[in-house]
Every structure is written in structure tokens, then in C-alpha cells.
Design a binder for this molecule. Structure first.
Ligand code: FAD
Length: 463
């Protein structure tokens, strides 16, 4: 017999970072949660995907982990990154600090360790059931049940959607099913560039072969390589390259061509990547893109969250941070919209969540796309560097009105993405105007800067 609807657990599809964190938050709110995951348990099984081994965690993600009470367990695995270490072709490598206060840094974290820690916490909670190797395959709108197949046996079971929260990632089957049935609109826009992960092993004594506390970038105009530190002295490098064209994933196929490309484009780091050619040929090429859906829910029975609702390109290092912020926002909507602790008006909560969140996720999607050009090209441009230096100086002088856009996104969870985008547009115009005839900071007319800032940027507290 089916359990009574009100007593059914909330069903979360996907136990990635979003699903695992959300399960913890919902359980803390007094709900029973059933979390189903298509893959095996990351705490005990090797990862077959070969993808995205480490991620940059920033203030928004940290704040969410803190609010869920799990930060203390994750903190030991965090490696601070104080700035971007830029490696120009033929120039001198140098650190461009991300911010100017000691806490203005981001952190490299192993995706696997983060996910496993969140799942470990979830599994200790009495109200959370986690079922691995269970793939959600379809939705039955008539009975309001999800069809879930056991990956090992092939047997299909049905679970009540009371409700179903889909945290099944960028390729979300739930989003695709809802869109096929015209219950929502969804669009997946692929970038013409893809990515491949390569490794920079530790030295013979486990030492880091590059500066440890930095995110390394080799900007090359049409493409770039980045590297983030791991705990064991190695770095995970990611090559972002066009999918088609002269220097592309499609054209670089033979070992000789790959070797010639890597050694020509990245001569300094290529020598630190002894397995690069093999890895290039064996590791999967990842697709990048932006997912847009509207709305993110179907009535009160189904909600999309995290990458399933709004996957973005990774150039601002915000995808997972944004997903974690989603979880906190949903929790906040539940706090505001709850009746008795266990009876929630899901339709109202989902509507509220979507209305509050969508303008912000649209904003970070736009900023993430813009940031690709900044990382692969502009960071080596002296004009960009002058604008960055001026932005930090203006923040020192007018901290209540001017905060560099990167800092608003990465270090200020209290500033919504939408506000960062809008203020960032004004600031960018202002920086261009103030540096128009300047070669160095000493040439800047700070009297004019002050007048313009007071006229065009209201104090942030009232923004
Ligand atoms: C190259 C790259 C670099 C990135 N770097 C950063 C970074 O530095 N900082 C950052 O914040 N973000 C980064 N991101 C983004 C980040 O990885 C994602 O935003 C984040 O993983 C999304 O979490 P999620 O749980 O919503 O989805 P996912 O991580 O995709 O997890 C979805 C889960 O659902 C499971 N699943 C899928 N389908 C089903 C199904 N039908 N049934 C059951 N389970 C299912 C999957 O197995 C998976 O475990 C990067 C992304 C890429 C591609």
C-alpha cells in the first residue's frame, strides 16, 4: 500500500553537491528525505567520470555550508587561493591578488571529498535515506510518482513525488521530461569551447611544483589553461579550447600534434605535465554550456534546483557556490512559508523561490560568460591591470560605494548577483572613463572619481 501522501519523504533526485546539502537542510527543518543517486557511493567507489576533480569554493558556498552546520567538517580540506597567478607566453609570471583583505581569498576543494563529506553528514541524520545506483527515469504526472530504476538489477520502482526536488545536474532528466510535456520551457546553449582535465603531479618529495596558494592561469587569447592545487602536492589543470577549428579538440588527435600544441602554447608548465599527451587522448572532452529554464517548478509537485535549473559556464568559479546559495534560499522560503513545521505549501514556496532566485541566477550566468574573455585574454592587458588596480584603490577610498565586481561576486554573499551585475556595469564604465588618459594610478584624477562615484553609485546598504 502507498504511504499516506503527507507522510511520504521529500524525494530528491541527485546526490551531487546540491542534493546532498539540500537533504541536510530539509531534514533540519523536520522533514523526512529520500535522496536517490544514479551513481555509486563516492565514499567507497572510484570515480569513473574523470571530470572536474577540484573546484573553487568562495564566500557564498562557505556561508551556505556554515548555515547548514557542515563547514567545520569541510574546512580541513580547503586550500586557500589568494589570487590568480598569471603565466603570460614569453612574459614574467606574477600574482594578481583577488582582493585586499586577509579573508578575500577563494579555496580549492576536491569535489569528491566535498561530496563525500556532505553525504557522510546526510547519512548520519536519522531523517535522511540515501539510495545509491538508483536512476530516476521518468515522471508519472497522473499518479504523481517518479519511476526509478535500480542500475544493478534493472528493476523499476515508483516513489511518490511529495514533492520531487530535482538536483540531477546540467543534463537533468527531470527538466527534459517537464519540457517535453510543455510544462516548463527549457533551453541548453552550448559554448563552442569544451574542456579537458590534465594533471601536474607533485614533485619527488610531494612538493608543489607551482605556487601552492593560487589559481594558475595561462591565458592565450582564444583558449587557456588553468590549474588548482590539490592536497597531495599535485595540481589539476583544465584546458579550455575550441571544439572545432585549427587549434581545437577536433583537430588535435595525434600524439605528435598534441605534444607540439602543448609544448608551444604552454612551454613553462608543459615540462611539469609528463602524462599530458596520454591524458589528452584518454580523458573525456567536457561540454560547457548554459541552461535556462522557466519556470523551475510544476505546481507544487516538482522543483528544479542547482545545475538542473541553471547550469552555467565555469569561468567565474561560481556554479556550485550558486547551487549552494539556492539551497539556502529555498530553506529561507520554507521558513517564511511554513504552517506547522511538517506541512508546507510547496506551490507557494516554489513560486517564491523561483521569483527570488531567477534574476540572480540569470545575472551570474551572464557574468560567468563574460569572465571567459577576462581570464583567457584581458588579464595580460596593461589597461585591464590598471583598471583592476584602480578598482582596488577606489574600494580602499570608498568602501561603502565601490567594491570591485569580482569581489562582490566572490567575497560578499550579502550582495545578490543581480546587484553585482548592475553595479558592475556602472563601475566598469567609470573605470574606463577614469583610466582613459592614464598610464598609472598616479595619473588618476581622484577628485573626479569621488564626484562620479557619489553621483552614480548609491551606498551599498541602500542599493
Ligand atoms: C570544468 C568545470 C569546472 C567547474 N569549476 C567550478 C568551480 O571552480 N567552482 C564552482 O562553484 N563550480 C564549478 N563548477 C560547477 C559545478 O561543478 C556545478 O555547479 C555543481 O557540480 C552542480 O552541482 P549539482 O549537484 O547541481 O549537479 P551535479 O554536480 O551535476 O550533480 C548531479 C548529481 O545527480 C546525479 N544524477 C544525474 N541524473 C540522475 C538521475 N536521472 N537519477 C538520479 N541521479 C542522477 C549525478 O550522478 C550527480 O551525482 C565547474 C563545472 C565544470 C564543468
Amino acid at each position: 500500500m502507498m504511504p499516506a501522501r503527507d507522510s511520504s519523504p521529500v524525494l530528491i533526485a541527485g546526490a551531487g553537491p546540491t542534493g546532498a546539502l539540500l537533504a541536510i537542510l530539509l531534514e533540519r527543518r523536520g522533514l523526512e528525505v529520500r535522496l536517490i543517486e544514479a551513481r555509486g557511493d563516492p565514499r567507497t567507489q572510484a570515480d569513473a567520470s574523470g571530470r572536474s576533480i577540484n573546484l573553487a569554493l568562495a564566500d557564498r558556498g562557505i556561508e551556505a555550508l556554515k548555515r547548514a552546520g557542515v563547514l567545520a567538517e569541510i574546512e580541513p580540506a580547503l586550500i586557500p587561493m589568494r589570487g590568480r597567478f598569471v603565466h603570460p607566453l614569453g612574459g614574467t609570471a606574477h600574482l594578481q591578488p583577488y582582493g585586499q583583505r586577509p579573508n578575500e581569498q577563494i579555496y580549492s576543494i576536491s569535489r569528491r571529498r566535498l561530496n563525500a563529506t556532505l553525504l557522510g553528514v546526510a547519512l548520519r541524520r536519522p531523517g535522511i535515506e540515501v539510495l545509491f545506483e538508483q536512476r530516476l527515469e521518468d515522471l508519472d504526472g497522473v499518479t504523481s510518482e517518479a519511476e526509478v530504476r535500480d542500475v544493478g538489477s534493472g528493476v523499476t520502482r515508483r516513489f511518490p513525488m511529495s514533492p520531487l526536488i530535482a538536483a540531477d545536474g546540467a543534463g537533468s532528466i527531470v527538466r527534459r521530461r517537464l519540457a517535453e510535456r510543455h510544462l516548463i520551457e527549457a533551453q541548453e546553449s552550448d559554448l563552442e569551447h569544451g574542456y579537458k582535465e590534465l594533471s601536474i603531479p607533485a614533485g619527488p618529495h610531494g612538493e608543489y611544483r607551482l605556487e601552492r596558494e593560487a589559481l594558475h592561469i595561462w591565458p592565450r587569447g582564444g583558449y587557456m589553461l588553468i590549474a588548482l592545487p590539490n592536497e597531495d602536492g599535485s595540481f589539476t589543470a583544465t584546458l579550455f579550447l575550441p571544439m572545432q577549428g585549427p587549434s581545437s579538440f577536433a583537430s588535435l588527435t595525434s600524439a605528435a600534434a598534441i605534444h607540439a600544441f602543448l609544448s608551444g602554447a604552454f612551454p613553462d608548465v608543459h615540462t611539469l605535465m609528463p602524462h599530458a599527451v596520454r591524458e589528452f587522448r584518454e580523458h573525456p572532452t567536457g561540454f560547457l554550456g548554459t541552461v535556462r529554464a522557466a519556470p523551475w517548478h510544476h505546481g507544487g509537485s516538482t522543483l528544479l534546483i542547482g545545475d538542473a535549473a541553471h547550469a552555467i559556464v565555469p569561468f567565474h568559479g561560481q556554479g556550485m557556490n550558486c547551487c549552494f546559495e539556492d539551497c539556502i534560499e529555498l530553506d529561507t522560503c520554507m521558513a517564511a512559508g511554513g504552517g506547522s513545521p511538517r506541512v508546507f505549501d510547496w506551490k507557494r514556496i516554489f513560486e517564491e523561490f523561483y521569483a527570488r532566485r531567477k534574476p540572480n541566477t540569470d545575472a551570474i550566468a551572464a557574468m560567468a560568460l563574460e569572465n571567459y574573455l577576462e581570464m583567457r585574454e584581458r588579464v595580460v592587458d596593461p589597461r585591464f591591470q590598471l583598471e583592476q588596480a584602480l578598482a582596488l584603490e577606489l574600494e580602499r577610498r570608498f568602501p561603502e560605494r565601490f567594491i570591485p565586481r569580482y569581489s562582490m561576486v566572490m567575497f560578499h554573499h550579502e550582495i545578490p548577483y543581480r546587484t553585482a551585475l548592475e553595479r558592475g556595469q556602472v563601475q566598469s564604465q567609470l573605470l574606463a572613463e577614469l583610466t582613459q588618459h592614464a598610464a598609472r594610478l598616479g595619473d588618476i584624477d581622484f577628485g573626479r572619481a569621488e564626484r562620479e562615484i557619489r553621483a552614480r553609485l548609491p551606498p551599498l546598504t541602500s542599493a
